[in-house]
Design a protein around this ligand. Structure first.
Ligand code: ZN
Length: 549
């Protein structure tokens, strides 16, 4: 039973998960954001997936199965045939000697238990409710490896190229891949997927099919198939057989010595589901962020090295700001995610559409909010500050090691300190740490000796007394690494009147650090320690990424 928004609202209010007034307000905002009520409640953290699932389960008088926190193993998924699982929307998620626990998003369908009894030959079956999105995810467990499907397709003599390319795209979406690489080698082509920042081998294409497959991709991306010696860029809009909105794929083809190499960036839809808390922004920081983005003008900079998740943070912010009453225009290189209702411009060096040029054009287009991919030269910095001064909220990424260092660096680009002090609203710095795998997470007490080694700063942050930290042991879900996915650690510098005065005097990084440490500043390391304590990441991982400051 795919519950509709109305029914869900009714349940949440009736079971006291949400006040009627909050529900009404949320409904209104959801409509403005062109989003469903459930999606809005989840993305704005008014309710967690867990609570939503529990509320629905409670109203159906069944237990709730949190399949995200406790995903079923491949063996459990395999206990029910794929056809039946998809028809009844069921999955086995727990098993004891006498009972089999089955989760479904439709517990009220007729004859459910009888059909399951036949399939599972079990004496006792316990039915639980799980959210539809989690049930869908478990269906991926029926997939054979890409490799096996490749050879099946080749044997079947169907339209090999379209079938193979579709399989690659479908798998990439299911596995939440960010990039697909098709790399030619002497005797074959290797298909690789980037997941959570790491490349994994996904399959091999035999030599004789490579050309037709690359041609297929070129045709879909509207590129020239007779061009083999120049690089080409294009885009594909792909709709999965599983339904859902189409996904935009950005295709880049470059000639190498072994043949043409294809790289495809997935401008993913799952960014739509990302919330500030999903990316690791704590409630306290989130509140400060809301404060800053409420103002109609000013500048927000997100800093960190390449690969620190800046873009994801900026997109989550834009998503937060994206309502019908404002115009948001961006200039990006590249456009990584398509966002509904936002005017996105791709910077293009070949046509001389630089950040600076694009930004100047955008400022004349009367937007409320402007996002510039990156400020990396004086000209762009100059126009950005001007835009922020003249009634626009400007968001950008900026290269700096930490939030305090970003300010002198920005002034060093040749911008007048008083202009920086009067436009800069918030500086965010961030890094990414790997998230402990939920399926094999274990706790471990921390010895005093180990803490002593960390130094004074870390110890002050961790605090005295007994502590328990966590780590991932090793399981198939995380391929034995103990980690699954990544999460950001953040620091925010809000520009207060005191800091404004200081900025106007061309301060050093040290002077800024000293001032903010007397204000409500939480360093990236301190934020990381909180995440260690909460079991989101491990101490080793935090220390790998950042040192105590
Ligand atoms: Zn694991």
């Amino acid at each position: 039973m795919q519950l509709d928004d109305l029914k869900i609202k009714e349940i949440l209010v009736r079971e006291n998960y949400l006040a009627e007034s909050d529900a009404k307000a949320a409904e209104k905002i959801a409509a403005e954001h062109r989003s469903s009520l459930t999606a809005y409640l989840l993305s704005s953290n008014l309710i967690s997936q867990e609570l939503l699932g529990q509320a629905i389960a409670e109203s159906l008088h069944t237990p709730y199965a949190d399949l995200r926190a406790h995903p079923p193993t491949k063996e459990m998924i395999g206990l029910i045939s794929e056809v039946m699982a998809r028809r009844l929307r069921v999955v086995v998620y727990k098993q004891t000697k006498t009972e089999i626990f089955v989760a479904t998003d439709n517990p009220e369908q007729e004859g459910l238990v009888d059909q399951l009894k036949k399939e599972l030959e079990a004496a006792k079956i316990v039915i639980a409710y799980a959210l539809p999105v989690h049930i869908d995810t478990t269906f991926a467990g029926y997939q054979k490896g890409l490799e096996t499907r490749f050879s099946e397709i080749i044997k079947s003599n169907k339209k090999i190229a379209p079938e193979l390319v579709n399989q690659i795209f479908e798998d990439a979406l299911t596995l939440r891949v960010s990039d697909i690489h098709i790399e030619p080698q002497e005797t074959r082509a290797l298909v690789r997927f980037r997941i959570d920042g790491v490349l994994h081998d996904a399959g091999i294409i035999p030599l004789e099919y490579i050309e037709t497959i690359i041609n297929r991709i070129k045709i879909q991306a509207k590129l020239r198939i007779d061009e083999h010696f120049n690089s080409q860029d294009g885009a594909i809009r792909f709709t999965s057989v599983n339904g859902g909105p189409p996904t935009d794929l950005r295709v880049s083809i470059v000639p190498t010595l072994d043949g043409e190499k294809v790289a495809i960036r997935i401008l993913s839809n799952y960014i739509r589901e990302l919330t500030l808390s999903d990316i690791g922004i704590s409630e306290t920081l989130s509140a400060r962020l809301q404060e800053s983005i409420k103002k109609p003008f000013g500048m927000i900079l997100v800093t960190g090295p390449t690969g620190s998740g800046k873009t994801t943070t900026l997109y989550s912010l834009i998503k937060e700001l994206n309502t019908r009453s404002v115009n948001i225009t961006t200039i990006e290189d590249p456009v990584e995610y398509k966002i509904d209702g936002v005017n996105q411009i791709q910077a293009n060096a070949q046509t001389n559409l630089t950040f600076a040029k694009g930004l100047r054009a955008i400022a004349r287009q009367d937007p409320n909010i402007i996002f510039v991919g990156e400020i990396r030269d004086t000209e762009t910095a100059d126009i950005a500050v001007n835009a922020a001064l003249t009634g626009h909220l400007l968001l950008s990424s900026f290269h700096a090691n930490n939030a305090a260092a970003a300010i002198p660096r920005f002034i060093d680009m040749g911008i007048e300190p008083f202009l920086v002090s009067s436009t800069l609203e918030l500086v965010i710095a961030q890094r990414l740490v790997r998230r402990i795998c939920n399926s094999c997470k274990v706790s471990e007490p921390v010895s005093k000796a180990r803490l002593a080694k960390l130094g004074i700063v870390a110890n002050n942050l961790i605090g005295s007394g007994e502590h328990t930290f966590y780590r991932g042991k090793d399981c198939p879900k995380c391929s034995g690494t103990g980690y699954n996915g990544r999460i950001g650690i953040f620091e925010f510098i809000t520009v207060t009147p005191e800091l404004q005065d200081l900025i106007a005097r061309r301060p050093s990084t040290k002077e800024i650090s000293e001032l903010v440490s007397k204000q409500k500043f939480v360093s990236m390391f301190a934020d990381g320690i909180e995440k260690v304590k909460n079991g989101l990441t491990s101490l080793e991982e935090l220390l790998r990424v950042i040192t105590a400051q």
